[in-house]
Design a binder for this molecule. Structure first.
Ligand code: NAD
Length: 488
């Protein structure tokens, strides 16, 4: 076990009261589960679980809420969403502290995420005004038009890694499109979701438009998805769960948006500065302790600069300050749960057992909380699980390559197709990467995250549908053809 660094004591967090938000009211559910602080293992609160009657109440509320919201003028809807965004921005400090306490990421990341959630809401609120239909040329006496109308109440399921950004992607798009929503954020990070719901309530969102429930995930999805009230299913999470929910939605002929896992390849070409590229990769790798679906997770480095890249990568990894994300100066917090820490360590141990060299890190940090240090692996054999299973943690396998076509084939060999990264200054090489990568999101010469004004989403097993950008409302709208003849 690695030892913890001595750090200043983190501030106390005022953890909010948790509840189910149904039909504009807070309810206490039928059972519950403790919410743990992953940095200390201490209990922050108890998340209430919805029973079948609570879920039915949420469905009925979403049904009623949809009729009200659908018929609310778009300018009024937009104004309410912007007011909610302003409240989130004003409370970003409080939301960030709660998020760090329940998920672990450093306070700068969580406060930034709260601000980005507000920006995302502002973007989608304006997209509500741009969800245009069109007029199609037709004969005299007939108007032929295309309308885009809200699909209906949405059921959404969100994981724990972005406690504000994750729920907001679904809520903002659904509400901007004119839909109501029943959302199940993660039971591991319910405080942030409750604070967001309060902002919507205070902004004047009518009752029933947003309903927030928690519970046993499989029971909640089995209850909501087949309900005739629900018209669209949106999920972010792992590929296996996504496939289950997509199949369930398919059984009842409901469209779905699936934002699933990835295993993002990075190709570092021989024309770049290896130290600058390594530092950019390290910044992306350890954001949210690697628990990001687009996290760079397989680093293919050209043999000409492999040694220099590796040296700089290890040095920058060792400089990351690990500790309680509430304390100042922390670069990386704990993993979100003991389950995640154990899963990451299993992948590292498997690689080591198969002959990989651990250049830094490689064992859980001693002490309370679920800390795992930045870990760099070299000489990882092809059959190591970490090269095919999404690591979802602070582990970087470094691999060599010599030929671009051959490395692109290795990069594309997995069933995932979410994010990919390339480092090159050559236009012809960049062109081959842009054409060659099978991924929905490609970043060249950086590892920065998503933005509200451009679409994000997967390819292959990483899912379908897009969030953000001009495409962000597509799944939540139905295209209706209307031909109107003036005479019968
Ligand atoms: P998990 O697959 O058990 O859970 C992921 C999320 O899905 C959780 O929040 C959970 O509440 C929800 N979920 C699980 N079963 C469900 C069901 N039947 N119905 C509705 N919701 C359900 O795994 P985990 O240990 O929390 O995370 C592990 C893996 O999940 C990671 O390795 C990663 O692949 C994936 N993951 C992906 C994302 C992403 O952003 N795409 C986020 C978190 C986790």
């Amino acid at each position: 076990m690695t030892s913890t660094t001595t750090l200043p004591a983190p501030p106390e967090v005022d953890y909010p009261d948790l509840g189910l938000y149904i039909d504009g009211e807070w309810k206490s559910g039928t059972s519950g589960q403790p919410v743990l602080n992953p940095a200390t293992g201490e209990t922050l609160g108890e998340v209430p679980f919805a029973g079948p009657a609570d879920l039915d109440a949420a469905l009925e509320a979403a049904d009623r809420g949809f009729r009200v919201w659908r018929d609310t003028p778009v300018a009024e809807r937009t104004a309410i969403l912007h007011r909610a965004a302003d409240l989130i921005r004003a409370r970003a400090g409080e939301i960030g502290r709660v998020m760090t306490a329940e998920e672990g990421k450093p306070l700068t990341e969580s406060t930034g995420e709260a601000h980005r959630a507000a920006t995302l809401l502002d973007w989608d609120a304006e997209e509500a005004r741009r969800a245009h239909g069109r007029l199609i040329p037709s004969g005299p006496g007939e108007t032929l038009s295309v309308h885009r109308v809200p699909i209906g109440p949405v059921a959404a399921f969100i994981p724990w890694n972005f406690p504000a950004g994750g729920p907001m992607r679904k809520i903002a798009a659904a509400l901007a499109a004119g839909c109501s929503i029943v959302i199940k954020p993660s039971e591991e990070t319910p405080g942030t979701a409750c604070l967001l719901a309060r902002c919507f309530a205070e902004a004047g969102l009518p009752a029933g438009v947003l309903n927030v429930v928690f519970g046993v995930p499989a029971e909640v999805s089995r209850h909501l998805i087949p309900s005739p009230v629900i018209r669209f299913v949106a999920f972010t999470g792992s590929v296996p769960v996504g496939k289950q929910l997509a199949a369930m939605a398919g059984e009842v002929m409901k469209p779905a948006l699936m934002e699933l896992g990835g295993h993002a390849p990075v190709i570092v070409c021989p024309d770049v500065d290896p130290v600058a590229a390594a530092r950019a990769c390290v910044r992306g790798k350890y954001a949210n302790a690697g628990q990001v679906c687009t996290s760079p997770s397989r680093f293919y480095v050209h043999s000409d600069l492999y040694d220099d890249f590796l040296g700089a990568f290890v040095e920058a990894s060792e400089a990351v300050r690990v500790g309680n994300g509430l304390a100042p100066g922390i670069g990386m917090g704990p993993l979100a749960s003991s389950r995640r820490r154990d899963a990451v360590h299993r992948l590292v141990s498997d690689a080591r057992d198969r002959g990989a060299e651990v250049l830094t890190g490689g064992s859980p940090v001693d002490g309370p909380g679920y800390f795992y240090p930045p870990t760099v692996l070299a000489g990882v054999p092809d059959d190591a699980a970490i090269l095919s299973e999404e690591p979802f943690g602070p582990v970087a396998p470094l691999l060599r390559f010599d030929d671009l076509d051959e490395v692109l084939a290795r990069a594309n060999a997995l069933p995932f197709g979410l994010a990919a990264y390339g480092f090159t200054h050559r236009a012809d090489v960049a062109d081959r990467l842009v054409r060659g990568f099978e991924a929905g999101i490609l970043s060249l010469n950086h590892t920065g995250g998503s933005v509200p004004h451009a679409p994000s989403g997967g390819w292959k097993d990483s899912g379908y549908g897009r969030e953000g950008g001009a495409e962000g409302l597509d799944g939540y709208l139905v295209t209706k053809r209307v031909s109107h003849r003036l005479a019968v």
